[in-house]
Design a protein around this ligand. Structure first.
Ligand SMILES: [Zn+2]
Length: 425
């Protein structure tokens, strides 16, 4: 069967051309410890210079070293008892990033981490100095991150389905934005003047009306109008590029809303909704972030309801859901979730200041499907209760929507001012 052979050969050749070789340029070739009176020095021999990120975690105490994807060639690492290292694990964390976990038998604090470039026969090295500290000092110091490797940058634009399953480190400290490399000779900071990309996501639409309130007011219409008002206000500042997941009365799948934000490299994702509840006197705005566990029973129910949007439209997303669940608690997500929480709190504060009526405990969390972009800080706003006669009618008025939009805009301003502050300091 020469024909079949030829075809198979051709297919084989195609694979060779198309399948990217597992190019793992970086390897960790050795790890050594030096015990000094005032510090312990850990040296990692690298095949080449890599971005890195070094920080600590507790429960149990760990030293974490993230590098660009590497091959582990250090074998079994000898470690003196004084190093405090009980065990070492390593492996891929997410596309583009691999992690080394040093299990420590006591709390430590990293004083410095730096790269020494290759000199003659001596290879590139990552040097980490740390010392044993009290549990209290550990708690203070564990927020510090040494190095500039940014998980979310690398994570951006990666296919959800190809994400590596998380390893054992779901919990991580909030990551401040990495300091951009200063290049004084070049003069300009490339990203400095760039507009932040905000994606507004008016909930529901088309076949899915969302909540239906008093006077037959539809959530899908109210939130689209509110979204447009917010877009106008954000654009007026000249600071943002604003995109909407829908600009008319159309149905958009939950996963596609998330994908839209990721494909457009959104810096922020704001999903807008309006709720109903069986208690007609309940009213007020509330803000939601993603979490594994719901903050309260009411929010759990709300998330369940909002997550049914696709089902209401007759779409079964169980397969896609599974992929999303698999990447739910990886490192990039933890960082993003912390940013989202920070944004939610900023928003609530600005709403209070602007006299927007808030629900009690207005900052809540649950497993909202639409907030699952692993690399885009995302929040969901319930602008009010359409089951409350007064609030439903208010939400139907442009002035009221403008007031809420203004408070949201101020919250977004405050959020990015904080982020900018981190990037500049
Ligand atoms: Zn909704």
């Amino acid at each position: 069967m020469p024909h079949l052979k030829t075809i198979l050969l051709l297919i084989g050749m195609l694979f060779c051309i198309c399948a990217p070789a597992q190019a793992k340029a970086l390897s960790v070739d050795d790890v050594r410890f030096g015990v000094h009176p005032e510090k312990i020095r850990m040296v990692l021999d690298l095949s080449e210079v890599s971005d890195y990120r070094v920080f600590t975690m507790d429960k149990p105490y760990r030293l974490i070293v993230d590098l660009t994807s590497f091959e582990w060639r250090a074998g079994k690492v000898a470690r003196p008892a004084q190093s405090g290292v009980r065990d070492i694990r390593e492996g891929p964390l997410q596309p583009g990033v691999s992690r080394i976990v040093f299990d420590m038998d006591r709390p430590i604090s990293v004083s410095t981490a730096f790269v020494i470039p290759r000199q003659g026969q001596t290879p590139d090295r990552l040097v980490i100095d740390y010392r044993h500290v009290s549990a209290q000092t550990f708690r203070v110091d564990k927020e510090k991150i040494h190095g500039t490797l940014r998980a979310s940058d690398i994570y951006r634009n990666q296919n959800l389905a190809t994400a590596n399953p998380p390893r054992n480190d779901e919990s991580a400290p909030p990551l401040p934005k990495a300091k951009p490399e200063k290049k004084p000779d070049k003069g300009t900071n490339k990203t400095g003047g760039k507009k932040k990309i905000v994606v507004i996501d008016p909930g529901h639409g088309g076949v899915d009306p969302g909540a239906v309130g008093v006077d037959n007011i539809y959530e899908k219409h109210v939130v689209l109008a509110l979204g447009k008002s917010l877009k106008a206000q954000l654009e007026e500042t000249g600071r943002y590029r604003v995109l909407m997941t829908r600009e008319k009365d159309v149905f958009v799948k939950l996963a596609d809303r998330v994908k839209f934000a990721r494909d457009n490299n959104a810096d922020l994702f704001v999903s807008i909704h309006a709720d109903t509840i069986h208690k007609p006197n309940v009213s007020g705005t509330s803000v939601y972030t993603l979490s594994k566990e719901a903050s309260d029973a009411q929010t759990a129910k709300l998330a369940e309801k909002e997550n049914k949007a696709d089902l209401i439209a007759g779409i079964d997303l169980s397969v896609e859901d599974e992929q999303v669940v698999n990447i739910l608690f990886d490192f990039a997500r933890t960082e993003t979730m912390n940013e989202s929480k920070f944004f939610a709190n900023t928003l609530v504060r600005n709403m209070k200041e602007d006299g927007v009526k808030l629900l009690e405990n207005p900052s809540r969390h649950a497993g909202f499907a639409v907030l699952k972009a692993p690399d885009v800080p995302s929040i969901l706003i319930e602008a009010g209760f359409m089951s409350n006669k007064k609030e439903a009618r208010l939400l139907n008025k442009p002035e009221h929507r403008e007031k809420i939009a203004r408070a949201i805009r101020k919250g977004i301003d405050a959020f990015f001012e904080h982020v900018q502050h981190y990037e500049n300091n």
